[in-house]
Design a binder for this molecule. Structure first.
Ligand code: ZN
Length: 180
């Protein structure tokens, strides 16, 4: 759970990072940045800040800001009815990020969040530089971790149904709860 002050602080920080990446965002829109702590109440270690440009029944586009060394938890986008699941392109705009997908364990630059070994099964590390992008096919598990400067990423995808995403960590709740 996060309180309103923590949410506002995280929105302002993410807004500054997004602007530093050269992406225009109004003060009003900064207040709409989604702060996702995945119900873990440990935002600076595990979480993400998400600014949605558009989400229709068919396409989605957003910016994800990750704070320095912040990890976006391992998840996948499962099939729903006739839809095979979200297909997603992640492009690094600013900073540094590591992407983890199934494959040979070559984890070298990143780290598994403390005491979370069983929540991060993908250990195949792709170190991304600014301008790099990867395509994540539907259903493929993945997680991300920012470097010491944080990261600003574009996510272009088929329609986004975050609430239907599946996570390896059984403690995760996709909806951020705000303390009154
Ligand atoms: Zn994803």
């Amino acid at each position: 759970m996060l309180n309103k002050e923590e949410i506002t602080k995280a929105q302002q920080k993410a807004g500054r990072m997004i602007r530093n990446a050269g992406i225009k965002i109004s003060d009003k829109k900064i207040k709409e940045i989604e702060i996702a702590d995945f119900g873990l109440s440990d935002l600076s270690n595990e979480g993400g800040q998400i600014f949605t440009f558009v989400n229709t029944d068919r396409i989605g586009a957003k910016v994800i800001a990750l704070f320095p060394n912040q990890t976006l938890p391992e998840h996948w986008h499962p099939p729903i009815a006739n839809d095979p699941g979200k297909e997603e392109v992640i492009r690094l705009i600013d900073g540094g990020v590591r992407a983890y997908i199934p494959g040979k364990d070559n984890l070298n630059y990143g780290f598994i969040p403390k005491d979370k070994d069983e929540c991060y099964s993908c250990r195949h590390e792709l170190v991304m530089s600014e301008g790099d992008q990867i395509v994540l096919e539907p259903g493929i598990k993945h997680w991300f971790q920012a470097g010491t400067d944080g990261a600003v990423l574009y996510s272009f995808s088929t329609t986004v149904r975050d609430i239907r995403d599946s996570f390896t960590d059984p403690k995760i709740d996709r909806i951020t709860k705000i303390k009154k």
